[in-house]
Ligand binder design. Structure first.
Ligand SMILES: Nc1ncnc2c1ncn2[C@@H]1O[C@H](COP(=O)(O)OP(=O)(O)OP(=O)(O)O)[C@@H](O)[C@H]1O
Ligand SMILES: [Mg+2]
Length: 224
């Protein structure tokens, strides 16, 4: 049985003064999947991802994320679920600038109360597992954007969240680093079984996913 990790039913979203950005969107993500969503700038991709990431709420409709009904979550429960069960990768400049790659990766575990030695070991183990141990002692300013985004991906998964959300994670990278980054996300998805939802303006990038959707005119349609 595949359990849905995200279930959106007839979701509408508008901001204070505006028209609907999302119009009757229904969407379901089975556990373990890597979903790519593409759409033009302004089509509502970040809006869509913020709803799934429990950073905002639907105007109408129902949304369940990692088994939690978004409408029933208060601020502190939603903060806890974000911390314990979700991982985020954003466009760029994700890392804390004044600490090393290794320490950056420790941050989510630190927030979840994992003790120092164990934190360090787990962070190092993931860096090694994905072939990035040479970056452990580097500060963000000593790494390329591509390396920083790979470290950010490791950081997003080190606490083994149930779901990772990525918003245009390669938009500041060149083609080669974008490919390497997407290869890493694919590996995280396959090896750790982490479910991924990634949005991008680039259809080819979205097609790195195992299922692909397009967002346009407020509607979500499945491509593959
Ligand atoms: N906090 C907000 N308040 C009001 N309007 C907003 C807010 N956030 C987004 N919007 C509007 O919602 C629409 C969709 O924005 P969104 O950021 O979701 O698009 P996007 O697809 O992520 O675009 P991009 O590819 O440029 O990041 C836009 O018209 C935008 O102006
Ligand atoms: Mg956006």
């Amino acid at each position: 049985m595949t359990e849905a990790i995200v279930k959106m039913e007839d979701v509408w979203k508008s901001y204070a003064d505006g028209d609907y950005v999302l119009r009757s969107v229904s969407f379901e993500v089975p556990r373990g999947e890597f979903v790519g969503v593409h759409g033009r700038s302004g089509s509502g991709k970040s809006t869509f991802l913020r709803l799934i990431g429990l950073l905002d709420r639907p105007t109408k409709g129902s949304l369940t994320v990692v088994g939690e009904d978004a409408a029933r979550l208060g601020a502190s429960d939603s903060a806890r679920i974000r911390r314990e069960k979700l991982g985020y990768i954003f466009q760029g400049f994700n890392l804390v600038p004044h600490v090393t790659a290794l320490e950056n990766i420790e941050v989510p575990m630190w927030l979840n109360g994992v003790k120092g030695d164990e934190r360090r070991e787990r962070a190092m183990a993931d860096l090694k597992r994905f072939g990035l141990e040479h970056l452990a002692g580097r500060y963000p300013r000593e790494m390329s954007h591509g390396e920083q985004q790979r470290v950010a991906a490791i950081r997003a998964t080190v606490s083994r969240p149930e779901l990772i959300l990525a918003d245009e994670p390669t938009s500041s990278l060149d083609d080669e680093s974008a490919k390497t980054f997407l290869g890493l996300v694919t590996k995280l998805n396959r090896e750790l079984g982490t479910t991924v939802v990634m949005v991008s303006t680039d259809p080819d990038e979205a097609r790195a996913g195992t299922s692909v959707y397009r967002l346009g005119s407020g509607s979500l349609s499945r491509e593959t």
